[in-house]
Design a protein. Sequence first.
Length: 119
Amino acid sequence: MENQEVVLSVDAIQEPEQIKFNMSLKNQSERAVEFQFSTGQKFELVVYDSEHKERYRYSKDKMFTQAFQNLTLEPGETYDFSDVWKEVPEPGTYEVKVTFKGRAEHLKQVQAVQQFEVK
């Protein structure tokens, strides 16, 4: 199975006091895909500024349970999730990188990278 069969997207939305990240994982294949997690963390999200300096990390200062979990995406099914960066940085171009932490057989780790503007 190739990675284009499961696609991760991220959309950054600037709000008055924060940046909201809406993410979506879509199974575009013709068969179910089962993801396995070894902790309660489903994803990692990191924001970099134009000098590639890390400005925000979802997992920083968080603790996750050590619990095995599964998530099955049927053909055409989408798993939506989100995160909020409770800060609006100075205007400029930023890059958000999302890594889905679930592992699936015959599938490389699923990632998305998106640039966004803060006004």
